[in-house]
Write a protein that binds this ligand. Structure first.
Ligand SMILES: Cc1cc2nc3c(=O)[nH]c(=O)nc-3n(C[C@H](O)[C@H](O)[C@H](O)COP(=O)(O)OP(=O)(O)OC[C@H]3O[C@@H](n4cnc5c(N)ncnc54)[C@H](O)[C@@H]3O)c2cc1C
Length: 419
């Protein structure tokens, strides 16, 4: 009997699926649909009658267990493993000269301004990114979109902390056209393999922009946040978890902003809303993010991140931009962003603990047992317990019980690091 080669067996089974929908687009037999699982996570479902076991879904999936192990092995062999993916690039500090656009953006608004330049100069025919959508508790609050109007670029700045299914948009791309696409590093790796392995994408050009990523969460994260802040669920709401207003003291103190068509439901500093605590402790984190070896988005043409540290004293925020594709360097310089050149040594140590957790520790996380000394020390065990317990308890008992019990679980999980 032939062995099954599909993403259910090789990705979903190991809790490594990020729900990007690239497997669905890769499948030539239309055997895959994207559904939501018991925790509201987007995940593929395979129709066995249609599946031909060709393995294309597996080839394009960025997160099969084997693919993650391969990446982790590659990273282990280089001298500065936290900086894997930063070699031979150009590094910049960048910020949008338009104050309003910068305020609406996540960091310095570099992505929006660069996309605007590419679009206005006919270098792209559209931008594949994400927009906020109205929804009740339990609904998804973000959606992948294709923008072909400049106003839609501006309206949809900022970061979406939720998994995004790109399948619907990707199936609509047209031959011989060029697009600009944003995504977390895992999604960008998937796009690169889709272009390489699926003939339908051979004549489509996608300029890829990775949003450098510590981790992502499932949709329970936003639901839980709204419940612990006692928000009503009578009307649909939209969410901006990186909201900036005129009262900002520095970029680090962004706000969580949740609103209906008529009212503002939440406008709270991220340290007061509970967001920072949940985020830093990996509540509702996607399973894949715990094993992901890719902080810098190393396959992307460009990677962009928050300029934390000394640069965060600017309340409107700044972006750090890494340009790997030298053809794009000229466009970036011409894009009317305010820019300063940065040095490799500064970038490689920027947000060092996250780069170490994701990249340097990726070998231990992908090859050694969860209870091994290295995985207790590096925090994997702790985050594994917190992310899985929060998902399960919240699903069964709701928010108030979960929050109380999770405080105890957190202490126990942290204790594991010291053993
Ligand atoms: C899940 C996640 C985790 C992150 N973690 C870190 C981190 O640990 N450290 C760090 O320095 N930076 C992190 N970032 C990146 C940071 O939040 C900003 O996205 C980045 O600095 C770009 O800011 P900007 O102001 O230049 O972009 P903007 O001008 O605000 O434009 C951002 C563009 O990206 C699109 N977009 C937003 N979210 C998504 C998404 N999930 N998928 C696809 N497109 C999207 C928007 O629609 C918009 O077009 C993370 C981003 C995400 C989405």
């Amino acid at each position: 009997m032939k062995k099954d080669k599909n993403v259910i067996k090789l990705t979903v089974k190991y809790n490594l699926c990020i729900g990007c929908g690239i497997c669905k687009v890769a499948c030539e037999s239309n055997a895959i649909t994207m559904i939501r699982n018991q925790y509201g996570e987007i995940t593929p479902h395979i129709n066995r009658n249609k599946c031909t076991n060709c393995g294309l879904c597996v080839l394009c999936c960025p997160n099969t267990q084997t693919n993650l192990k391969k990446e982790a092995l590659k990273i282990k062999t280089i001298e500065c493993s936290n900086a894997y993916g930063l070699q031979n690039a150009n590094y910049y500090l960048a910020w949008n000269p338009d104050k309003k656009q910068r305020q609406n953006s996540c960091s310095g608004g570099a992505v929006t301004k660069f996309a605007e330049y590419l679009f206005k100069n006919n270098k792209i025919q559209g931008m594949i990114h994400v927009k906020r959508v109205w929804g009740h508790r339990g609904d998804l609050h973000y959606k992948a979109i294709m923008s072909t109007k400049i106003e839609d670029f501006y309206k949809n700045s900022s970061s979406a902390y939720q998994q995004i299914d790109f399948s619907e948009i990707l199936t609509k791309l047209e031959k011989e056209k060029t697009y600009f696409m944003t995504g977390t590093p895992c999604v960008i790796r998937g796009i690169k393999s889709l272009i390489k392995n699926n003939y339908k994408f051979k004549s489509i050009k996608i300029i890829t922009c990775a949003l450098i990523c510590s981790h992502n969460t499932n949709s329970q994260f936003i639901d839980f946040l709204t419940e612990i802040n006692k928000l009503k669920d009578d009307e649909k709401w939209k969410v901006n978890l990186r909201y900036k207003d005129d009262s900002m003291i520095d970029a680090n103190n962004f706000k969580n902003y949740i609103y209906t068509k008529k009212n503002i439901l939440l406008n709270k500093n991220r340290f007061e809303s509970g967001w920072t605590h949940l985020w830093r402790n990996y509540y509702f984190a996607m399973g894949a993010c715990l094993k992901c070896p890719d902080f810098w988005g190393y396959e992307a043409d460009i990677s962009v991140k928050d300029a934390w540290g000394e640069w965060a004293s600017d309340p409107l925020g700044k972006s750090i931009v890494i340009i790997r594709d030298t053809n794009l360097k000229k466009d970036f310089i011409n894009s009317n962003l305010n820019i300063e050149k940065l040095d490799y040594n500064i970038i490689k140590d920027h947000q060092l603990s996250t780069a170490i957790f994701k990249q340097t520790e990726s070998y231990n996380k992908n090859f050694k047992p969860l209870l091994s000394k290295s995985n207790r020390k590096n925090g994997l065990l702790k985050f594994y317990i917190i992310s899985n317990c929060s998902k399960l308890l919240y699903k069964i008992f709701g928010s108030s019980f979960t929050y109380k019990v999770m405080k105890i679980i957190e202490k126990f999980a942290k204790f594991g690091e010291k053993l």
